[in-house]
Each structure stands twice: as structure tokens, then as C-alpha cells.
Design a protein around this ligand. Sequence first.
Ligand code: F6P
Length: 556
Amino acid sequence: MNAEGRGRLDRMPQWQALARHREELGEVHLRELFAADPRRGERYGVRVGDLYLDYSRNLVTDETLRLLRELAEAAGVARLREAMFRGERINTTEDRAVLHTALRAPRDAVVEVDAGDGEGGENVVPAVHAVLDRMSAFAEAVRAGKWAGHTGLPIRSVVNIGIGGSDLGPAMAYEALRAYTDRELDVRFVSNVDGADLHEALQGLDPARTLFVVASKTFTTIETITNATSARDWLLAGLGAGREAVAKHFVALSTNAEAVAEFGIDTTNMFEFWDWVGGRYSYDSAIGLSLMIAIGPDRFREMLDGFRTVDEHFRTAPPEENAPLLLGLLGVWYGGFFGAQSHAVLPYSHYLSKFTAYLQQLDMESNGKSVDRQGEPVSWQTGPVVWGTPGTNGQHAYFQLLHQGTRLIPADLIGFARPVAGLEPALAAQHDLLMANLFAQGQALAFGKTEEEVRAEGVAEEQVPHRTFRGNRPTTTILASELTPSVLGQLVALYEHKVFVQGAVWDIDSFDQWGVELGKVLAKRIEPALTEGAEVEGLDTSTAALVARYRSLRGR
Ligand code: F6P
């Protein structure tokens, strides 16, 4: 039994019942499931905010769904969810609360972070709104051209420097909400320690009119500090100024005031957040400042309201209608009982070109774990490989494998009823064709094309196997009204809570990320061997040989 009073997942009767049910289902085909229930397409749908989820094309029956909900209940998903919303320290390996939901709480809400001493905790909402107010004032000043650089010229370019959660969220949302951005402002994102990234981002920029937003929760991340230092050098050289110029051209988004001050950024230009906001859950915190500058505070607030709509739904909707619960359980079903290794997220929206990359960190950094909360190795599948790119492009690349390959790859198809506002009428008219493709793919993946159907088309017998589509490839379709700031917030919160549900069922800590530490430590040890030829103890022979070859290629 763990702290939530549950046993190991694979020994739970509800898990075993699902295993038996899976055997009974056997090779059931979606064609049979649809034939058996003429209303399946309408019945298997849930609504949350402006999103509609059609989950009818999943390999589930009413019985499967009932058993999955029983598993969620026995696994303590609802208890853990309440503990998260109440600010308890559910990130046990880091002894932290997990309160990204407080970032979108209304001004008058009370959300207390667990003090950990049995006493009532501190209400974090006033601090959240104080930072949002400061961000809004700053964003307005930049947008209105009232924030002047060192030489008195107004800022017109913004370069966000951050990595992981301090980059992917704002960069994704900036792309997603491009139609809502101030086109007079040039907003760019730099993350990679490869100098090429900063090199390209700085092309054509005027230092006198450029603001750097250094986004780093810890303010110790080597990539970000290295890029920020190079950006500072570029700025000061370009301006021909001393360190005093930094204050007007650099702001920081961080939890670490000391390191920010040490870097030379005036801490009055620091926008803070807190250790109860995980990096991959942070773009609705101060980490969203570059986005807020681009879209303005009002749109940013609309986005937060969208997040909140789904938070409230997740907390209060009954299990049968609870969209994040349902999405999470479907993933548990495929990973646990179909051996699915990956999950494709396929947005039919060019503006969502970075959405799946963002989800990769959200999902894979959260649920890429192989020990349970007690530190015992798990014997069940945890987080899948998440991948995908916007449709229709993917259709002409990897969809062949989705349709006729040997692997089962559940997929989410995401589409919008209306094109984004502001498209020229002729381009907006292309939207129907885009959506026809989404609907067609879901249908083809589910129902395929039988041998009989192929033969009936007069196809030569030897060609029949090649042209047959087995179908039975599960998809969930998420149909939203339009890609607005609110809808983007709703989509992100939907996936945040889906990931939460899965981590809760799998009994893993979805909020730590120890798995990224080893590589960081080794890179620090190896760098002196590359630059100074220093002897590094304990290198394996492969790494040692590669280092030697690298040095020789560099003429060192
Ligand atoms: O290395 C992983 C990670 O810690 C992520 O979880 C985080 O989003 C990213 O690095 C950036 O961290 P920071 O915001 O502290 O620079």
C-alpha cells in the first residue's frame, strides 16, 4: 500500500479485470463496434468549454470504459487531483506542491500552498495576480513604445532566451496565436546552446531597440545563461555601452533573484514565479511574458480563462463526462493492454506547428518514469513517445505507416470549425479542404478498406493485399470552434490534466525530472576535454575515442 492507500497497479483487481476484458475483446474491429451501436458516433462524445471530443473511434466498449473508470477510482486519481488543487506536496521526490492551476485562479480565489507543518498554508493567489499586474503594465509599456532602451529609442524587438519549459510553452503559444500578435513587434525565441540559434535570431536586429527576456526558473541552466551572456556581449558591443545599459534591455523571469542580480539584471525588472510551478507547466506564469508582450494582457487573460474552464471541468465533471480523465484512461488502456509505444498528436492547424513539440516535454518529461512513487520498478508501461506534426503535411510523410504499418499508434486529431480570424477570404475558403482531410483520415484509420471492397473496384488479385487497409487504428478527434487564446488555454489544460491522470494511475511522480540530470553533469565534465584537452577520469572507451577524434578534427 502506498500513501494513497492503494496497492501496486498490476496487482489491483481492477487492473486484472481489464486484462481479462482485453482477452475477451480479442481482435474486435471498430467496424463491428459501430455496426452494433448505430448511435456510437454521438454517444461517445464529451464537451468541455469550446472543445468537443469524439472518442467513438477508440477500441473500447461501454464495459471497457466502466472498468477504466473503476481503475481510476481505485487508483485514487480523484484523491490525488484534490490534493493537487489543494496545494499538497504531491511532488514527493522534490517535496513540492504542484499548483499551476493557481496561476489561472480568479483574483478572489483562495489557494493555499501546504505549509507542510499541519498549519494552514499561504494563499498564493494575491502574489499570482500581483505578478500578472506587473507583467501587464510592462507588456503595455513595450507594446505602446513607451519602454525605451539605453539610447532612448523604443523597444521594437523581443528575444526570449530560455529552454525546455522556459521556451517551448511561450514559443508554441506565440505561433498558435500569431493572428493575435502585434505585427509591429518582432518576437523571437532562442533556446539551443548551438551558437547558430542566437546568431540567426539576432540577424537584422538593432541593439538599441532590442529587449532580451531571459526565462529560467532556476537561472542556472547552462544553455540559457550561456546564450544570455552572449546576448549581453552583443548588446553592449552594439551599443558601445557599459553594464549600465543592461537594465533597459534585459528582464528576467525566474524564481532565483540572487542569480538574476548576479547576472546584472535589475531585480525590479524580474518577474517572479514559484517552486510550485513546474517548468513544463509554467507558460501561464511569468514565463509567458514574451507571449503577453506579443498578444497583449487582455488576450493573455482570455487564455488563462480558457485554462480555468478546463481546470473546473476536470475538478467537477462526473467521471463519465470528464474529458481529461477519459483521454488519460484511453492512453492507459492502449499502453497497458495493446502494447502501444507511442501516441501521435496531429493538429490540423498550421498555427499549432509547435503544439506537439510542446506536448513532448509536458508528457514525456512528466511520465517518462520507470519507478513508482515508492521507488519500486514498475512492470507496466508508463508514458508513451509523443510525436506528430500538423496535418495535412504528415499525410504525405508518415501516415502510410499509420494506415498500413505493423504498429498500433493511437492518435489525436485536432481541428477547428472556423479558420483563424483575419485570413484573406480566398485562403479562409481552404479551411473546408483542410477539415475534410481530418475527417477523412479518422474514417480511413478506423474503418480501412476491406479486400472485398478493393476487389469490387476491379483491382488485379495480386494487388489486393497491397491496397487493403485493415483499419481499426484508434483516433480521438478534438473539434474546437476556433483557435482563440481561450481555446488554446483549454487545449493545453486538457493535456496537462490528461498527463496528470496517467501519472496518477501509473503511480509515478509526474512532476520531477531527475532523468535529465545525468547528461547535464557529464556534459560539464566532458567540455574541458574538448577545449583544453584536460584528462577526464572515467570516460568509457567509446566516448574517449570520439573526444580524441573531435579534437583531431578541430586541429587541437
Ligand atoms: O532540464 C530540464 C529542465 O529542468 C526542464 O524541466 C525545464 O523546463 C528546463 O530544464 C529549463 O529550466 P529553467 O527554467 O530552470 O532554465
